[in-house]
Design a protein around this ligand. Structure first.
Ligand code: FES
Length: 364
């Protein structure tokens, strides 16, 4: 298939000594994402072009078109929403909720490690498993740097610490001389048919999301398409990536599969609402959902020992959040929203914080 489309590739009988065959794609470009971004920013032309870092966009308004940032509004003619999970923007709440069902948020894990120089030929390796694993190896001064990742799961639906531990253990078993230096997790947005959504959703609004871990490629493509859209040029890719497209071949089953969680988790929450744990043994830095006076409360014990309570009901579509002990966040298993221990939104689709509730009385 790849050769039929003019993409050079060849069959390897045994990839990385695994005994499993694979395809090799030679002459791939390799670039540094942060240097790439820094160069793009340095080439902004001025004349009213600005980059504001550490600045949350809270709301998109329609009349006049603008973006609210705290107490300020940045007015503009067109808006490009490239916020990972799109904020509701100019679409109706129902339209936004429906669009959200086409996106699935997964938590993914990665580690970086020093490995003996020359042990593995430099390059990027990935498998087609589910969840899949990938490995990137790069030559440094006197050693090789490996980045190994995978163990993806839908946000809020697995034990995060266990997932990361399994990733590290798998890598250490495979390369006993590896020295793991860093590990982390992040979220990826998947779509039902594997292609991102890049295109206009309103006269003045363009969205770019669903890169599924291929952000350097699709982010660049999305940037090119957005620039053409602003300039009134029709991109040849409009239909393939349209946010309004029918799901491409084979994606319908995935769409149904990804969305079966929501009603199931909502009913489960409702059935479990009478049961709850207590604050007993809740140590500083930990969180737990408890049932308190008939309500589900997300209780976080601060380092000072005081409990910070907020509602455990996700402000997106009312599922119950779950404590992520690895990263100290409240994660929603339904559509992947994440909140800080104090309830502020960390990532959407939820756009409102978990409301704080009256202090919980401890003890008998
Ligand atoms: S109910 Fe949708 S993210 Fe929580």
């Amino acid at each position: 298939m790849a050769s039929a489309h003019g993409i050079e590739c060849s069959l390897r009988e045994d990839v990385l000594g695994s005994g499993v065959p694979g395809l090799a794609f030679p002459n791939q470009a390799l670039f540094h994402p942060r240097r790439y971004l820094a160069t793009l920013v340095s080439r902004l032309e001025g004349n009213g072009s600005y980059v504001f870092e550490q600045t949350d966009a809270h709301e998109i308004s329609q009349d006049p078109v603008g973006v609210r940032v705290g107490k300020h509004v940045v007015s503009c003619r067109d808006i490009i929403v490239a916020t990972h999970t799109p904020i509701t923007g100019l679409a109706s709440t129902w339209g936004a909720a429906l669009f959200q069902t086409k996106l699935s948020l997964y938590t993914s894990y990665a580690l970086s490690a020093r490995i003996p120089a020359g042990l593995i030929v430099g390059g990027l390796y990935w498998d087609t498993g589910d969840p899949y694993s990938y490995l990137r190896v790069e030559r440094k001064n006197g050693y090789d740097l490996a980045v190994f990742g995978g163990k993806d799961h839908k946000t809020g639906q697995a034990d995060e610490r266990d997932s990361l531990n399994r990733l590290c253990a798998e890598f250490s078993d495979w390369i006993p001389k590896a020295r793991i230096e860093y590990c982390w997790s992040g979220q990826v947005v998947e779509t039902s048919d594997g292609l991102p959504y890049l295109g206009a959703v309103d006269d003045h609004q363009f969205i770019a999301t669903g890169f599924a871990g291929n952000g350097m490629t699709f982010g660049t493509l999305g940037g090119m398409m957005a620039a053409e859209w602003v300039a009134g040029i029709k991109s040849p890719w409009v239909d393939a990536f349209s946010p309004a497209r029918k799901i491409h071949r084979g994606g319908t089953w995935d769409y149904l599969k990804e969305n079966k969680d929501y009603p199931f988790l909502l009913v489960k929450d409702w059935l479990m609402r009478g049961r709850g744990e207590t604050l007993e043994d809740l140590h500083p830095g930990q969180g737990r959902v408890i049932s308190y006076r008939g309500k589900k409360v997300a209780a976080y014990r601060q380092p000072s020992g005081d409990v910070l309570p907020c509602s455990a009901v996700c402000t997106h579509l009312k599922c119950t959040v779950k404590w992520n002990d690895l990263e100290r966040t409240w994660d929603c298993p339904c559509h992947g929203s994440r909140f800080r221990p104090s309830g502020e939104v960390l990532t959407g689709p939820a756009e409102e914080p978990l409301p704080s509730v009256r202090p919980v009385e401890e003890g008998p």
